[in-house]
Design a protein around this ligand. Structure first.
Ligand SMILES: Cc1cc2nc3c(=O)[nH]c(=O)nc-3n(C[C@H](O)[C@H](O)[C@H](O)COP(=O)(O)OP(=O)(O)OC[C@H]3O[C@@H](n4cnc5c(N)ncnc54)[C@H](O)[C@@H]3O)c2cc1C
Length: 434
């Protein structure tokens, strides 16, 4: 999700015109295709760099997709809350209002003893009682133990949930951030816990449409153009940019700058500005976690029993049947989130192991026609207990910071990226309205 400057400004269409007279809407994107969510071509097939799932509670992202011309009901496959670990565990929320749907789902979950189901439901009620807020942040594992969650419950329910939501192992993951996600997804209205799987590739889903929207509103979008320096210049900010195709650098003055680059680029850009050196250090210290996606193309008739299916104690944590999601028949995406022993394997071997798991677990005996492993080594920040995340404002009032890693309630998600962009846009508009 790259065009955050655009995203931030799109949220406020009415004042956009007056705002643009003072501050020309510009969005610039680095030449390397480095966005965290993006389409990738392989073997003439459109893949995503990773399977993205949105939750029904990602209201700001979903609203923004609609605002730039998307249609959430067409663009996504909507799955009501259901977690299935093949032959091990199944939680299916019935058509009841929240949070009853979850409680009944937990009570009727398959693969847990009666005592475990009771403990899981009690845990959820205890979380509601404290309004999903802890006095002090602790690790997810500590929280689960404090609430008497057994090994089986942790392994089949909470660990897969924690890894998929926070992309961080539960012994270091922030319990408070997990509770924020549980509060908004499981404790709101029923649709908030729905899982939405994009039917189209990510570049088409949002950035292309957003860029078009910006142009239609007389903004400028520069692609293949990286910002090389941010230089305070009196009350204004001078940006030095470089187009890939041109060797010469270009400089231009702006009233405000929202830096929505990846944390690595943001730290590099801020580092050379004395007033921003402290925040640059804070950004540079952020730890990361990987996400690996193993795409296996099988003959077209191969499919999974569900569009999304978990595996227990396998390299592949979640499988996605792209035939059911985006009509890419026979294409299976296996997702492996967070650090682990898979990182020590060569891609070729990892793909073989995942294919073997599909054979053993699901009886898919055909060999894949091709495979592609996409390893995002710094996919997201490691969402650890008490992690210091930078604020969206900086020591320079008209330089702001947006991105999924900026201080907020959510882990590294599309929603946290969009929310921080909105916050920056709101801050700039408030300054203009004074
Ligand atoms: C494999 C994978 C799976 C994921 N799955 C999910 C999921 O299921 N659900 C979910 O909500 N989130 C998921 N995420 C996280 C989600 O993709 C990110 O949280 C989100 O895309 C972050 O958006 P962003 O705008 O903060 O950063 P980015 O998308 O990283 O955008 C930063 C942009 O800045 C540009 N840039 C960098 N340097 C410069 C420069 N010097 N000048 C100009 N531009 C520059 C880059 O080219 C890039 O376009 C996943 C991420 C990965 C990698």
């Amino acid at each position: 999700m790259s065009p955050l400057l655009a995203a931030a400004t799109l949220a406020w269409p009415p004042p956009l015109r007056s705002l643009r007279q003072i501050f020309r809407l510009r969005y610039s994107k680095a030449p390397s295709n480095s966005a965290a969510a993006r389409g990738v071509w392989h073997n003439n097939v459109q893949l995503d760099n990773g399977q993205h799932i949105l939750l029904g509670c990602y209201h700001q992202t979903l609203q923004l997709i609609e605002q730039v011309g998307g249609n959430v009901e067409h663009d996504f496959l909507r799955l009501p809350l259901q977690l299935t670990l093949h032959n091990r565990f199944e939680l299916k929320a019935p058509h009841l209002p929240a949070p009853l749907h979850l409680l009944v789902g937990l009570f009727s979950a398959k693969g847990l003893s009666f005592g475990e189901r009771l403990r899981a439901a009690r845990f959820m009620l205890a979380l509601r009682h404290i309004n999903f807020t802890l006095l002090h942040d602790i690790s997810v594992f500590e929280l689960l133990r404090m609430h008497g969650q057994s090994d089986g419950l942790i392994r089949l329910l909470w660990e897969p949930l924690c890894i998929s939501a926070l992309n961080t192992p539960m012994h270091i993951a922030s319990a408070q951030v997990l509770l924020n996600v549980l509060r908004d997804s499981l404790n709101g209205v029923r649709n908030d816990s729905d899982m939405l799987l994009p039917r189209i590739d990510f570049t088409a889903l949002f950035p292309e449409r957003a860029a078009e929207y910006v142009k239609q509103h007389r903004g400028t979008v520069l692609t293949a153009c990286s910002v090389e320096a941010i230089i305070p210049n009196g009350d204004e900010i001078r940006l030095t940019t470089r187009q890939t195709a041109l060797s010469t650098a270009h400089t231009e003055l702006f009233s405000h700058v929202i830096c929505a680059a990846s944390p690595i680029s943001a730290a590099r850009l801020f580092h050379t500005v004395p007033q921003l050196a402290l925040i640059a250090g804070q950004i540079a210290a952020i730890p990361y976690q990987p996400i690996y996606t193993v795409y296996l193309q099988y003959p077209e008739h191969v499919c999974l029993p569900h569009a999304m299916l978990g595996l227990d104690r396998c390299f592949a944590q979640w499988l996605f049947d792209k035939g059911q999601i985006s009509e890419q028949r026979g294409l299976i995406a296996a997702v492996i989130s967070a650090q682990g022993k898979h990182q020590n394997l060569k891609h070729e071997l990892l793909a073989q192991k995942v294919a073997q798991e599909l054979c053993e677990q699901l009886g898919i005996r055909e060999a894949p026609v091709w495979h592609k492993v996409i390893a995002e080594k710094r996919a997201t920040f490691s969402c650890e207990t008490n992690l210091l995340r930078p604020a969206h404002t900086t020591q320079i009032a008209n330089v702001l910071l947006a991105g999924d890693y900026v201080a907020g309630e959510y882990p590294a998600t599309l929603e946290s990226a969009v929310m921080s962009g909105m916050l920056c846009a709101g801050t700039i508009l408030a300054a203009f309205n004074h």
